[in-house]
Ligand binder design. Structure first.
Ligand code: URA
Length: 209
């Protein structure tokens, strides 16, 4: 059974509040998303396995814990998920990176795949799936579907802001995955934007409209 973690940390709260401000420009927005992803990654990777390895210090030889070489993949949901990748890679620089391209139909809000390229042996990896906004849950559910279809069983989804509707839908569709949320907001509006949210994360990361 997966678990849902609403991360309760003043640094993350502060940085998310800065993201929400409509006066925060592209450069700062991008940096903040990366920083939040790193702080959330620190929490999400808390259970990475370690093993004892013998190391010779200047004083003696000791058996000390090191990451046990578990294979990782970061698979952002395009395009906004890209903004979180470097923050996670700062923690695990040798992780492989895949991409899942989904776009949201403006009218039906349904996700459609246009690109999917995943690292080799994805079925043996822990997959971190970042997307800043968990709105209806449609894209996240579809992305997890794709990854599971390729045999992957160890998935952690990470979002900066979630709407209760999206969180419920993702939990229901994929109760086995771990979900990390920076802030659980109030609701979705009639255009499937999160309230209070921060607007369109992709546009704000990339400076598009
Ligand atoms: N995607 C976004 O970027 N923002 C929202 O509020 C909802 C979906």
């Amino acid at each position: 059974m997966g678990k849902v973690t609403i991360i309760d940390h003043p640094l993350i709260k502060h940085k998310i509040s800065l993201l929400r401000d409509e006066n925060t420009g592209t450069r700062d927005f991008r940096i903040l998303v990366e920083e939040i992803a790193m702080l959330m990654g620190y929490e999400a990777l808390r259970d990475l396995p370690t093993e004892l390895v013998s190391v010779k210090t200047p004083i003696t030889t000791a058996d000390v814990p090191m990451l046990s070489g578990k294979k990782l993949a970061v698979v952002p949901i395009l395009r906004a998920g890209l903004g979180m990748v470097n923050g996670i890679l700062a923690l695990v620089p040798s992780a492989k990176v895949g991409h899942i391209g989904l776009y949201r139909d403006e009218v039906t809000h349904e996700p459609h795949e246009y690109f999917c390229k995943l690292p080799e042996n994805i079925d043996e990896r822990l997959v971190i799936l970042p997307d800043p906004m968990l709105a209806t849950g449609g894209s996240a559910i579809t992305a997890v579907d794709f990854i599971k279809q390729r045999g992957c069983t160890n998935i952690k989804f990470m979002c900066v802001i979630a709407a209760p509707e999206g969180l419920e839908a993702l939990k229901k569709a994929h109760p086995d995955i771990d979900i990390y949320v920076g802030s659980l907001d109030e609701k979705l509006n009639e255009n499937a934007y999160i309230v209070p949210g921060l607007g369109d994360a992709g546009d704000r990361i990339f400076g598009t409209k």
